[in-house]
Design a protein. Structure first.
Lengths: 301, 267
């Protein structure tokens, strides 16, 4: 019997798939479930001119923008929740250094669902009257031939690549999510179904046997994935819902240091350029900190 | 003698008085701790008080997805919309979709850096869109609050710069440029119904659609409100009434039943 193709690879190899100018979606929502280990690797590789197509973003977009990797952002929100505005994003937009394409939040979600259905656009009334369509030429207007009402037309997200962080998977690229999914996890699943090229970092690579016994959790089966990478605590300092919490102290420090470009540079030098690998990063953060973030029993929630 | 109360308690009670039975209420994500206080923690107390006093058949969606949580068991300070602690918060239902598309949501709570004289709200940018003086968070779910929900309560710290004649960017659609404008824009329903601050309550003239002062909180002077409000139209009525202050029973419910650990409202 021919052998299954293994899709497991080192972080650096997976990150090398993303070329300058790529149109990518980075998974997660707000301060949760971002594939941060992958993001840091992109920065270390010096990738340029990315278009980030997303919905509700936080430190993952902020740090890529600050590191000069981004040309354009398609988004509904970039902020750090309790830690305030996203400092690098704010600076770059105020200086006109990045291009924006904005949508309201549910519309930004729906763009991925639209791609997952193989459709090119959808209609909505929720942005009518706002200034969003005025500054976003992708949004069109039409009168419904069915009820005579006005609607906006919104294009599908159609990313070239989707990069997610998930709890577990196998070396063949099956990706397992927990049974009860919160919005961030649901959005990740939809994004994983919206694109032909999906890279997933997981907390743990598990055996194929185990996957066969947990098939109900195998929501992104291997035909959907291009590469899978083991990256424990790979979402730090964002959370990986049910496994560990957002590192609020670290995120607060990131927000404070990033207020000035010099402070941000110091942060990058220490936590991104100053380490060669994800393991070195975890050593820098320290086992005590990482263990405090664990949510034992979180998988039962 | 009546009990003393804080501005946040008075705001929670004011919210409670505006809510009706058999309604669905919605609060989502907020940015920055000061905003989380007025946009998450205070409204949760107001909604819970309404459920205990006159609105038992209502639903509150906290963080957009926790329906009717057991408020006095709150496990966090609402610092994030999806912290793991929130997953263990006991509640009646976990809504998995936004309560909006078909008008299921009666009331939303929102805030803004700018609110103009027609109630249009801005959380996108201050200044020119392409080279803003201050870039803010982006529209997030504010458009839907003002277009798909039935009514929106705007809650904001009372600072002069928040009240402008015209917003720099419309992310939440108030009455745009006056009567008939929402209908012309094609909005299916909804819009702002009041602005609640730590000093007063504004509402909207039903004909002109302009912001007007409805009531001043006890202990606040009209001069104080005028000095801290940036509107240039005639927004002060001849006779200004006082916001109904919290009763002792309302304060008892807040302090003993709803928020006994003072997690939501500092004492």
């Amino acid at each position: 019997m021919p052998e299954l193709k293994e899709k497991v690879c080192p972080l650096s190899e997976a990150a090398s798939l993303i070329k300058d100018g790529a149109r990518i979606h980075i998974g997660g929502f707000s301060v949760h479930n971002h594939p941060m280990a992958f993001v840091y690797e992109l920065i270390r590789r010096g990738v340029k001119d990315l278009t980030l197509v997303g919905h509700v973003s936080s430190n993952e977009v902020d740090i890529l923008v600050g590191a000069g990797c981004v040309k354009k952002v398609e988004i509904s929100y970039v902020g750090l929740e309790e830690h305030g505005l996203a400092p690098n994003y704010r600076r770059a937009v105020e200086r006109g250094q990045i291009e924006l394409e904005e949508y309201s939040e549910p519309v930004a979600f729906e763009r991925f669902a639209c791609s997952s259905r193989g459709q090119s656009f959808f209609t909505t009334q929720e942005m009518l009257g706002t200034d969003i369509p005025k500054y976003n030429p992708k949004i069109k207007e039409m009168i419904s031939p069915y009820n005579g009402q006005k609607y906006n037309l919104v294009p599908a997200a159609d990313p070239d690549w989707v990069i997610l962080h998930a709890p577990m998977g196998d070396k063949y690229g099956n990706v397992l999510f927990f049974e009860r999914k919160q919005l961030p996890e649901q959005l990740d699943v939809t994004a994983g179904q919206s694109c032909d090229k999906v890279i997933v970092t997981v907390e743990q690579i598990i055996s194929r046997d185990r996957v066969m016994g947990l098939s109900h959790l195998n929501i992104l089966p291997r035909f959907r994935t291009t590469a899978i990478v083991e990256a424990p605590y790979g979402a730090h300092p964002s959370s990986c819902i049910k496994l560990y919490d957002q590192d609020r102290e670290h995120m607060g420090m990131y927000a404070r240091m990033s207020r000035a470009p010099e402070g941000f540079k110091e942060y990058l030098d220490k936590y991104v350029y100053g380490v060669k690998s994800h393991m070195e990063y975890l050593n820098l953060i320290g086992i005590e900190t990482l263990l405090k973030l664990r949510v034992v029993g979180g998988t039962l929630a | 003698m009546s009990l003393k109360y804080t501005a946040y308690e008075a705001m929670a009670v004011a919210i409670c008085h505006e809510l009706n039975d058999r309604e669905n209420w919605f609060i989502g994500l907020a940015t920055g701790d000061a905003t989380i206080q007025i946009l998450s923690r205070v409204p949760i107390v107001g909604m819970c008080l309404a459920q205990l006093t006159h609105a038992p058949n209502s639903f509150m969606a906290v963080a957009g997805w926790l329906m009717n949580p057991v408020v006095n068991e709150i496990p966090t300070t609402m610092e994030s919309e999806f912290g793991t602690a929130l997953q263990f918060w006991r509640c009646e239902s976990r809504a998995t979709a936004y309560l909006a598309a078909r008008g299921e949501c009666d009331v939303g709570f929102g805030s803004a850096a700018q609110i103009d004289k027609y109630g249009n709200c801005n959380i996108v940018c201050i200044g020119n869109y392409y080279r803003p003086k201050i870039r803010l968070i982006g529209p997030i779910n504010q458009p839907g609050h003002f277009s798909l929900f039935k009514r929106e309560f705007i809650i904001v710290d009372h600072e002069k710069r928040n009240f402008v004649d015209k917003v720099d960017f419309v992310s939440g659609v108030g009455y745009l440029d006056g009567p008939g404008a929402r209908e012309k824009a094609g909005l299916p329903r909804g819009g702002p119904c009041l602005i609640l601050t730590d000093k007063c309550i504004f509402d909207f003239d039903p004909e002109a659609k302009l912001v007007r002062l409805r009531s001043i909180h006890p202990g606040v002077t009209l001069q104080d409100v005028i000095a801290n409000t940036g509107y240039t139209h005639d927004w002060v009525p001849d006779k200004v009434s006082e916001t109904l202050p919290p009763t002792d029973e309302e304060l008892r419910l807040i302090r003993e039943v709803i928020d006994p650990r003072a997690v939501l409202i500092p004492r």
